[in-house]
Design a protein around this ligand. Structure first.
Ligand code: IPM
Ligand code: MN
Length: 368
């Protein structure tokens, strides 16, 4: 029987509760599809930091490198100053494990949970490929004359040809794989006639960030023209992208963007797909260790109440199985989630689902 070693970081707040439900569902899928998941727990997070004053042991990345995948609950503790855990655990692992892609699907499962008027599941079904190792997140910059009236603060966006190109290539490949069957329904007849199968939108700011997004734009078109003639290339400024997420989300198939813009637009994406209760993402190193997480935070005020929605964590687990190659099991989880969302839940928000955290996990596990 095939088996996979999975590192589990429940983390802070409601993280451990939602991860428990994800593991329940993953085990149900593994049982049905005849493979095994062996979990190893790691206690990284705010509680450990408060106890030991160590954010992340230096050996952590080396140790985690042994696993093909990590399942992460949430990072962020009300008694720890913002930034310490986020930078010291989440961002450090994303960087040290070279998880250079942050894959964030935006998919509406039930129109009842969409805040946009008249939008249906067919209208909201796109994927954001966020660059995850560069841009404004590298920590490059500094202060001069800190604390004086002459203070200067610099925060630089780092964009390398290698980093941009591997991200853009991943996005093109992903768009191609996603539409391996039917061409995307949003393509115009002339695009389909010209052999296009999918669309990749570069989301940038070429009119202002004339160095960074110039590199992105040149790389995007050079790579696309040479190696991906079957993918339609599209461009949108980041501000216009947010406008269209609200007005015409059906215009998007796959989007590729830098780290900061990707961070911002995927919170909006999460809202139009039904909220943080359902939004999941994967920090991918296609050659190494990837890390899957619900994209919402640790929700301290709901901790321990058994009211938080575990579906985002369950969907993170689903993405993990897909990435590990257990595609049928991943599809079974997604189908079960859709079924429970459509037929059982009153809401995707904490405390309003009509079921507890553990009951939602039980329902999905039983449906897989
Ligand atoms: C996210 C989060 C993180 C980010 C924070 C917690 C550092 O907002 O995963 O989107 O900015 O990437
Ligand atoms: Mn974010």
């Amino acid at each position: 029987m095939k088996s996979y070693s999975i590192a589990v970081i429940g983390g802070d707040g409601t993280g451990p509760e939602v991860i428990r439900e994800a593991v329940k569902v993953l085990d149900a899928a593994a049982h049905k599809f005849n493979f095994k998941l062996n979990y190893t727990d790691y206690d990284f997070g705010g509680e450990r930091f408060l106890r030991t004053q160590e954010v992340l042991p230096d050996s952590a990345a080396e140790e985690l490198r042994k696993y093909p995948a990590i399942l992460l609950g949430a990072i962020g503790h009300p008694q720890v100053k913002p930034g310490i855990l986020e930078k010291g655990i989440l961002l450090r692992l994303r960087f040290e494990l070279e998880q250079y892609i942050n894959l964030r699907p935006v998919k509406l499962y039930d129109e009842r949970f969409c805040p946009l008027k008249d939008k249906k599941p067919a209208d909201i079904d796109f994927v954001v490929v966020r660059e995850n190792n560069e841009g404004l997140y590298t920590g490059a910059g500094g202060f001069v004359f800190k604390g004086t009236p002459h203070e200067v603060a610099v925060q630089e966006s780092i964009n390398t040809r290698r980093g941009v190109e591997r991200c853009v290539r991943f996005a093109f490949d992903y768009a191609r794989r996603r539409r391996a069957g039917q061409p995307w329904h949003g393509l115009k007849p002339e695009d389909v006639a010209a052999g296009k199968k999918a669309q990749l939108t570069l989301c940038g700011k070429t009119n202002v960030l004339t160095y960074a997004f110039d590199l992105w734009e040149r790389t995007f078109h050079a790579v696309g023209q040479k190696d991906y003639p079957d993918i339609k290339r599209d461009y949108a400024h980041v501000d216009a992208t947010t406008m269209w997420f609200v007005k015409n989300p059906e215009w998007f198939d796959v989007i590729v963007t830098d780290n900061m813009f990707g961070d911002i637009i995927t919170d909006l994406g999460a809202m139009i797909q039904g909220g943080m209760g359902i939004a999941a993402g994967g920090n991918l190193n296609p050659q190494g260790t990837s890390m899957f997480e619900p994209i919402g935070g640790s929700a301290p005020k709901y901790t321990g109440l058994n009211v938080i929605n575990p579906l985002a964590a369950i969907c993170a687990g689903q993405m993990m199985l897909d990435f590990l190659g257990e595609n049928a099991a991943a599809t079974a989880i997604e189908t079960a989630v859709i079924d429970i969302v459509r037929t059982k839940l009153n809401s995707l928000a904490a405390g309003k689902m009509g079921y507890s955290t553990t009951q939602v996990g039980d329902l999905v596990a039983a449906t897989v």
